[in-house]
Design a protein around this ligand. Structure first.
Ligand SMILES: [Zn+2]
Length: 84
């Protein structure tokens, strides 16, 4: 289940493209804010305002699963700061 933004991300992780109607994009977007919980909440609020959003519960569940599988894989922000 991918969208054009997911494909752009697959080719270039720094593309910065997200589609709020796509569960994978929303998950990636929320993960990208870690460990900034305030930023994550802001992203979720923005996603909530999108009519076809996948739903906050599903996104949070997906985020949880991603973190279980790859504890720090999704943060490509240079320095890997474990824990907080
Ligand atoms: Zn997507």
């Amino acid at each position: 289940m991918t969208c054009t933004a997911c494909q752009a991300h697959a080719q270039n992780p720094l593309s910065g493209q997200y589609h709020f109607g796509c569960l994978e994009c929303c998950t990636r977007l929320v993960l990208s804010t870690r460990p900034n919980k305030q930023a994550a909440a802001g992203m979720l609020a923005a996603i909530d305002r999108f009519p076809q959003n996948p739903g906050r519960e599903r996104i949070l569940e997906s985020v949880r699963q991603a973190l279980t599988k790859h504890p720090s894989a999704s943060t490509s922000a240079g320095s890997q700061s474990e824990s907080a």
